[in-house]
Ligand binder design. Structure first.
Ligand code: MG
Ligand code: ZN
Length: 217
């Protein structure tokens, strides 16, 4: 009986495409960041504030990936980024081939920074390398401090975790220390920033870390 391990093949092929995308961006001196989270944790709001704080110094592009609608792309475009809306056609994650297609359409050739706002989902986006240089996960306070224990892979592959909506911390039973401990258990090297995209609290740390990664341009 011939057995084909389809999933393995898909991942291997994706890996090759992702490495190609990454190399092309590196050659163009463009940093690409993949942003993941569950729906409603504030990806777009976080991007808007980040864009506002960086747009005078850097050329920024955003690929908004949703199953449908284009409200997020319109929002980030208004904030001053080059934006494109990608409809994943029902797909619940981005892969490297989809990223490649999006980059060709995104009219932002000499960008310093490109964000992929991945589909709101903590499971499969973590399994597919998008070709980004860095992965970020946003965890919002109302979701609970146990998210890293329940969805370890997305935290394992993330270089940075932004704990968002800290302005609401008094309303929720959210243990910050325990949450950070759980994030570090998934990835000890992960950077964690506590912030509020609504009020702007805590953004200095995140922005200066990001500027460090953009250094020298
Ligand atoms: Mg969004
Ligand atoms: Zn998926």
């Amino acid at each position: 009986m011939k057995i084909i391990e389809l999933k393995q093949d898909i991942f291997r092929e994706n890996e090759v495409t992702a490495d190609g995308v990454r190399k092309e961006l590196s050659d163009a001196n463009t940093l690409m960041i993949n942003v993941m989270s569950s729906p409603g944790s504030g990806k777009t709001t976080t991007l808007v504030r980040t864009i506002n704080m960086l747009k005078d110094k850097y050329k920024i592009g955003v690929m908004e990936c949703d199953i449908d609608a284009s409200v997020d792309a319109e929002t980030v475009q208004k904030a001053g980024a080059y934006a494109i809306q990608l409809h994943t056609g029902g797909m619940c994650h981005m892969d490297a081939a989809m990223t490649k297609q999006g980059l060709m359409e995104l009219d932002c050739k000499d960008a310093d920074l490109i964000f992929i706002e991945n589909v709101g989902n903590l499971v499969c986006p973590a399994e597919f390398d998008t070709g980004a240089h860095l992965n970020i996960t946003i965890l919002s306070v109302p979701e609970g401090d146990d998210k890293p224990a329940k969805y370890p892979l997305v935290y394992e592959v993330s270089d940075v975790v932004l704990i968002n909506k800290i302005d609401a911390i008094s309303v929720f039973d959210f243990d910050t220390d325990k949450c950070i401990e759980r994030i570090k258990a998934c990835n000890p090297k992960s950077e964690v920033f506590l912030l509020s995209s609504k009020t702007g609290e805590g953004f200095e740390g995140w922005i200066s870390w990001l500027e460090g990664k953009l250094g020298g341009r």
